[in-house]
Design a protein. Structure first.
Length: 230
């Protein structure tokens, strides 16, 4: 019992440190130079990797590769230069593909038709959303469409899995899906609707949602690894 209690305490400490680092990252974004983002982001991801390594019995390499692509993408996203954003989107693409594969694997999807049908509303919504502004300036619109297709596919898998599951055990997958959609929504608003507004920045909110997305995905992975391993 003492060993279990000690393990729980270490896990709680790592979780607290992870969210504390996320808060510090937001404060750096608001009050300090973006240079500090290059320091705090790796620390945040290192804590999440440590948390997964400590709590997971499988220690699946897919999870580590997924986090690596997320970290690299977020490092590129620190800069507002169009070239850096282009590089970031490349790593986001690989991250999203791995993520979709991992979710499908853990949830053991046998029929992809419900997921495909569930993804259609998200696809039309996001495509319509980015077509509204008259001043949309996207150097590579194809990259944007690809990202929208991937997030729509992921949203479809999450929604169909939650609706079809009898025991609703994947509540963390639902939370992860909601946070991912919210993050995409916030990023699109900031990039396309508030790009010329200097008084309003949604970057702190995006950072907060990013922290929640990564943590909820971690919880989903850990719970399903344990269930599939029983």
């Amino acid at each position: 019992m003492k060993i279990v209690s000690k393990d729980r305490n270490i896990e709680k400490v790592l979780v607290i440190l992870y969210f504390l680092t996320g808060i510090i990252e937001i404060l750096f974004q608001i009050y300090m130079d973006s240079y500090f983002q290059y320091i705090i982001k790796p620390v945040e991801f290192l804590l999440l990797i440590t948390l997964y390594w400590y709590t997971s019995s499988l220690k699946n390499g897919i999870y580590f590769f997924n986090l690596l692509f997320v970290l690299i993408a977020r490092m590129f996203f620190i800069s507002n230069e169009i070239t850096m954003i282009g590089y970031a989107l490349i790593f986001v693409f690989f991250h999203r593909v791995i993520e979709i594969y991992y979710v499908a694997k853990l949830t053991r999807i046998n029929d992809y038709i419900p997921a495909l049908l569930a993804s259609i509303p998200f696809l039309f919504y996001f495509l319509y959303f980015v077509s509204i502004p008259d001043n949309v300036m996207v150097k590579s619109y194809i990259n944007l469409v690809i990202q929208i297709i991937l997030i729509s596919a992921l949203s479809g898998i999450v929604l169909s899995n939650y609706l079809l599951a009898d025991d609703k055990k994947d509540i963390w997958l639902l939370i992860f899906g909601i946070m991912s959609i919210s993050l995409t929504f916030v990023v699109l608003i900031e990039r396309f609707y508030l790009s010329d507004v200097t008084l309003i920045s949604l970057r702190p909110l995006a950072l907060f949602l990013n922290t929640l997305v990564c943590f909820s995905f971690y919880k989903f992975v850990i719970i399903n690894e344990r269930l599939n391993n029983d």
